[in-house]
Design a protein around this ligand. Structure first.
Ligand code: 13P
Ligand code: SF4
Length: 354
């Protein structure tokens, strides 16, 4: 079983044997059994920076999903090897924008005569190919903790933004944080000719939102918010910006996983919180803050794990660490040079944001 003391001991022993050669990164959505071995935990922005700040580690074991491991490979040196303990740990949102679809979209924007005004902004939750497309066309990457600053930067470079692949983060940031109207946003559907948009719609739009979403955060609804407010009077509703616009509009606070943790740390004793993000993190926070008399509940009544994040479990971590300790490089994630150089440009523009 995952909590098997034998596996815990094996992971500890393999990590000790590897010493400074290995650095383990854990995203906040990872299981407890994995998080206990992380050298650092964080949201995707913090982990990208932490990976780049460890040039002495030969192996970066990324407990998270594929696009995060790719980003770590892009930001680390050529000698460093990034390992993803289970190669099936992808992200359904990142998969919603393929390189072919995005190239086709750019053709549509070019034919509409607006490509020159458009700056691509891609959420960290995208493949290295999409990040490279973004860098090539003068754009940058953002995460849920800096989407506002990234969009401010993009609108200094051009009049319109193509936001990939999460329509919700794009819309929520534009409308909630920047005061744009819903009418300023259009949705580009890669499965329809011309994205399902007329030339006029494209010319009038300020935000062209890719039709992608997170299946985990997409489960929260306005009903979840109304129900919890009824169930727990005085509750503070705090949600991730990958939630739908109506959920974000009805919430009290909105922010990345790192923001959520800081808000709960700062919350007064006796306060009550309903959190709209992945369940591993919410459960961990509920346990951690129970001792400080902060009541933390999950925003929805149904279970809401990220199934791909959950693929990284203790058996996979043990296997990866023991393999590395025996000198076998397994599950390396390596982005090709050409893709890496353009993707790095887009990531570095993000890291340089004020
Ligand atoms: P952050 O880590 O940026 O909060 O994003 C959450 C997420 O969905 C990661 O896949
Ligand atoms: Fe992707 Fe959503 Fe899982 Fe994050 S929570 S890895 S966006 S599917």
């Amino acid at each position: 079983s995952p909590s098997d003391p034998d596996l815990v001991e094996r992971a500890r022993a393999a990590k000790e044997k590897l010493g400074d050669k290995v650095f383990i990164l854990g995203h906040h959505y990872q299981r407890d059994e994995v998080i206990q071995f992380a050298d650092v935990t964080g949201d995707s922005f913090k982990l990208a920076r932490d990976a780049a700040a460890r040039p002495e580690a030969e192996y970066i074991v990324f407990c998270g999903v594929h696009f995060m491991a790719e980003s770590a490979d892009i930001l680390t040196t050529d000698d460093q090897k990034v390992v993803l303990p289970d190669l099936a740990a992808g992200c359904s949102m990142a998969d919603m924008a393929t390189a072919e679809q995005v190239a086709e979209c750019w053709d549509v924007l070019t034919e509409a005569g607006i490509a020159e005004q458009v700056v691509p902004v891609s959420y960290m939750n995208s493949s290295a190919d999409i990040k490279a497309f973004t860098g090539k066309h003068g754009g940058l990457i953002c995460t849920s903790s800096n989407a506002r600053r990234a969009l401010d930067w993009a609108f200094e470079q051009g009049e319109k933004v193509l936001f990939l692949p999460d329509q919700h983060l794009g819309r929520n940031t534009a409308v909630r944080d920047m005061g744009m109207s819903l009418d300023d946003c259009v949705i580009y559907n890669p499965h329809k000719p011309n994205g399902g948009l007329t030339v006029e719609q494209l010319r009038n739009a300020k935000m062209i939102l890719w039709r992608g979403h997170c299946s985990v955060h997409g489960r929260f609804s306005l009903d979840s918010v109304n129900d919890v407010r009824e169930r727990i009077p005085g509750v503070n509703v705090l949600v991730h910006p990958e939630c739908k616009h109506e959920v974000v509009a009805a919430a009290d606070y909105v922010g990345s996983t790192e923001y959520i943790i800081k808000a709960l740390e700062a919350a007064p004793a006796g306060s009550k919180w309903a959190i709209g993000t992945e369940l591993n993190l919410v459960r961990r926070l509920a346990n951690r803050f129970a001792a400080e008399d902060k009541e933390i509940v999950f925003l929805d009544k149904t279970v809401c794990f990220c199934s791909t994040m959950n693929r990284i479990d203790l058996p996979h971590l043990v296997w990866a660490l023991e393999s590395l300790a025996e000198g076998n490089l397994v599950n390396r994630i390596e982005v090709d040079k050409e893709t890496e150089s353009f993707a790095k440009l887009a990531l570095e523009r993000m890291l340089a944001l004020p």
